[in-house]
Design a protein around this ligand. Structure first.
Ligand SMILES: [Zn+2]
Length: 350
């Protein structure tokens, strides 16, 4: 789940090589909804180009005669666009999809993959996506409720800008937002067809691909894909380059789960949102961020504040050097409500 975003990429564009599906000459037909960054031989990072709402970022791993994709993105339309756009970087078919977790913006494209495609996820992802509970969940519903005010805000910005390029960009964002409301109507929540509880290893085309459940964190379904030889981890929303959404999380366990993540031997992190990054410093910073959030929220709860009032007071601005999107005092109320909820109703592991 990502709350806002887009702007962050611009900062990093200059230093990276991007393969834009729209810019290929003699290239296969692609939707152009994704850009691809080459991270290693046969390993690419798909992000939104801005022409449609796609949700998560998707690592692509080409092994032998097939491609593996992490996350089917936010709608069947986005999932289809991803399958088309992957052709910009490989002629191998997508045979494996890994659901990094059950959130709508990562898994609502699952249905576009036929029975010949393995959709792999945690046992809990199957449990959560084998009913329609995610359609009723706050996390998903908020993505719809955000659209009308966002469109209004974009319209206001359009009225105030004289920059033609800026205006065109805002108009595209309005169109993307409205199209998303239509695209989501097509969703038939589709669970993985191959699940595991702790770990699973795929041996494909000379690659060793380890799928690991390291514990609860962002959700109770977070799968880490680890490539030991390439020293790469794909972390979904368990670890992003920005603070992850906490609304369905287990903050205390999350800190411990990230410790297990750090124990793996890797250099490169390909997250579910944001940008590819190196090393473990950011992970430690996020552990501290979570610990700090938990401590402050717990104290405010003891003082008798409502979750909404507490959310306005939590101060994590000391993490702004590590996470550029932490700008002012206050955190997402969904994070605070979640910490309150777990304090009142602890959820046993299942
Ligand atoms: Zn998520």
């Amino acid at each position: 789940m990502r709350l806002r975003v887009n702007i962050l990429f611009a900062v990093f564009l200059a230093s990276w090589i991007w393969i834009d599906g729209r810019a290929q000459s003699n290239a296969p037909v692609v939707s152009g909804a994704h850009r691809f960054e080459k991270v290693a031989d046969g390993i690419f990072y798909a992000t939104a180009s801005g022409t449609m709402t796609v949700g998560s970022n998707s690592p692509i791993i080409v092994s032998g005669d097939e491609a593996l994709v992490i996350d089917s993105e936010t709608s069947p339309a986005a999932g289809r666009a991803l399958v088309a756009d992957v052709k910009a970087v490989t002629d191998k078919p997508v045979r494996v999809v890994v659901d990094s977790h059950y959130h709508y913006d990562h898994a609502f494209g699952n249905q576009v993959f036929g029975p010949d495609v393995q959709i792999i996820g945690h046992d809990n992802t199957w449990r959560r996506l084998s009913t329609n509970e995610t359609l009723e969940q706050f996390t998903f519903k908020r993505s719809l409720e955000r659209v009308p005010p966002a469109v209004e805000a974009f319209k206001k910005e359009i009225a105030q800008t004289t920059d033609a390029q800026q205006k065109a960009s805002l108009e595209r964002q309005i169109a993307n937002n409205l199209a998303y409301l239509e695209q989501i109507k097509e969703v038939k929540v589709t669970p993985p067809n191959l699940t595991f509880n702790q770990s699973m290893t795929l041996h494909r085309g000379g690659r060793e691909i380890r799928l690991l459940f390291l514990g609860r964190g962002h959700t109770d379904t977070d799968v880490v894909l680890y490539l030991p030889k390439e020293r790469i981890v794909c972390t979904g929303d368990l670890m992003e380059s920005i603070p992850s959404y906490m609304g369905d999380s287990y903050p205390e366990e999350w800190i411990a789960t990230l410790e297990k993540l750090k124990a793996l031997d890797f250099d490169t992190v390909m997250p579910g949102h944001g940008v590819v990054f190196k090393g473990k410093t950011k992970i430690t910073a996020f552990q501290n961020y979570l610990r700090d959030a938990l401590t402050q929220v717990t104290a405010l709860r003891k003082q008798g504040l409502s979750a909404d009032d507490a959310a306005a007071k939590v101060d994590l601005t000391k993490y702004r050097d590590e996470f550029a999107n932490v700008r002012s005092v206050g955190i997402d109320v969904a994070a605070v409500r979640r910490i309150y909820q777990l304090a009142d109703h602890p959820e046993p592991v299942r």
